[in-house]
Design a binder for this molecule. Sequence first.
Ligand SMILES: C[S@@+](CC[C@H](N)C(=O)[O-])C[C@H]1O[C@@H](n2cnc3c(N)ncnc32)[C@H](O)[C@@H]1O
Length: 284
Amino acid sequence: MIKDRNGIYVYPFHKTEGSEFHEKRDRPALLRELNDNILHQINWETPFYINFLEECLKGFDLTGKTCLDLGSGDGRFTTYLISKGVKNIICVDSDYKTLHSLSVFSEKENFKDKITLINCSAHDLPIDDESIDVVLALGVFYYLGEFHKIGIKNVFDKLVKGGMLISSEPCKEGIAMRSLIFEGLNQMFDTIFKGEFYEKQGDIKGKFFLHDQDELLSMYQDSGFNLEKRKGLSIFHQIVRILYVKGSITKNDLESNLQNLSRVFDYLDKNGTFDKTHLFHHVK
Ligand SMILES: C[S@@+](CC[C@H](N)C(=O)[O-])C[C@H]1O[C@@H](n2cnc3c(N)ncnc32)[C@H](O)[C@@H]1O
């Protein structure tokens, strides 16, 4: 593989509905950038992802380790790994634009020498087997569609023995509730009965598949992983954000209630059951 002029290795890959959905969007998933917007769901959710990462990594010294940020996007969690002293992070994404954003950002923030950017798909990784200590795969496997399980098995092969995978997967119940509220009964039926749901940006729409939690855990287990921990991430952040975008909650409502919202999200983190996302911690 040869690095291009933006410092990105480009490795030809088989497109999936998920990778095409991201490529076609006029605004890529720049979640690191969105994290700066205090009125955005990403800003509300990110601390709960970080809490989970902290729990999983407790007692595990990342200094000098090699990590893989699979579906890294523009590096929302790459920066977290950098802050933990990781020596080398391989950032993989099928959407070139997100890696370009991360490349520019890493140069500005002086950590370009710590990251390797690869434009390829999560189910076909040009990385040596047993060479990675920790993999983050946050919000990426479900975009692989029919290659979902292959993606998980691939990651297993890349990890050293005892290495860990921290991943997230969409949760059927929360997504079904979102479908019911914003798309109606029929879409809720499709979500529950067929496991189908949609993501949209403007006119661009992608159809993705949801697995029940048992099916998901079987895919990891069949690949050889042992489950250490599971936690849910609430759907409420997203519902509040959609109601705001649709105009049912005003900007003023949000701005004057940020503290209360934060208290609600903290409460749901401890007591909620309507999850949008499963967070999994697996070990090889
Ligand atoms: C929801 S974003 C998550 C980004 C990042 N992990 C985060 O949480 O901030 C999903 C990312 O997965 C990428 N993606 C989609 N299909 C992919 C594939 N087949 N291989 C690698 N990345 C993919 C998208 O381009 C997008 O950047």
